[in-house]
Ligand binder design. Sequence first.
Ligand code: TA6
Length: 308
Amino acid sequence: MVIKKASLSIPVPSAGSVRSAKGSVDLSSDKVKVSLVTGESIEVLLYGATVTSWKAGGEEKLFVSEGAKLDGSKAVRGGIPLVFPAFGPNSASLNLPQHGFARISKWDFLGENSEESSSVQIDFGLSAKNIPEELKKAWDHPFGLIYSVILGQKSLQTKLVVQNEGTEAFDFQVLFHTYFKVDDAEAIAIKGLQGITYNDKVASSKQEETADAIKITSETDRVYAKVPEEKETVIEGADGTALYTVKRVNLEDVVVWNPHSSGAEKIGDFEPKSAWKNMVCVEAGSVGEWHTLEGGSVWEGRQIITLA
Ligand code: TA6
């Protein structure tokens, strides 16, 4: 879906709190916290606009490594890092850091802009002015990003709007790199991807998914391509109940990643090394191909995560 450029004039608030009947939005120097009157909450670092906590029913729903840096010194190992404008090795081919620059840049907080009575939406902005000169040279396009994080009682949504502020088209990829917290990664099942062709980055092969229930038994790193939007991805617990359901809007790929014990050993900030058992990444995005965005146009993609 591409819509013509929208003009934005949202005031950028200073530090402080905004309270409403739904809850509160608290801005500090490095993060924003949203708390609903019903008890749910999120925390989002201005660094990378990285969601680092989502609490519901008194439980943390996102995995963050104990070795994660939360001081802006490197991409957060956990939560929901935002991959843009390129995924994985494509970043390197553009001479960009792994997974691009969005997750390692300081975003502007654009305030609360809730559109629904049952949820609170906070927005973040990033444009060429926010990114270091050397990265600008690697991907030199006049872009604007508006990233929305929307907290509901039983849901968390992340939405990215990409604006091409120039006259020349540019290509980009995008991914919400969500680290879901689970009790035992080897006991869960991931459903909704049967029949989809995937790129197995561990086996370096392309295969069709034959399993109705995908199990994590070793290092798993797969890009499921062109997954029909109506096929939601479900993470089921050991007892068969749905823990998380991921719905995509205008995002055609799903990445499934768990480093398992062998992979965790190789990742410096993955701590403790046994914590691979307590996470699984199911990532909604568009990373199999490149999106071409014409000058002056706008693209929007969204994931909607719901709890059982
Ligand atoms: O999304 C899966 C993946 O691309 C894996 O290949 C692995 O590299 C993971 O992301 C973590 O990447 P990071 O750059 O955060 O260490």
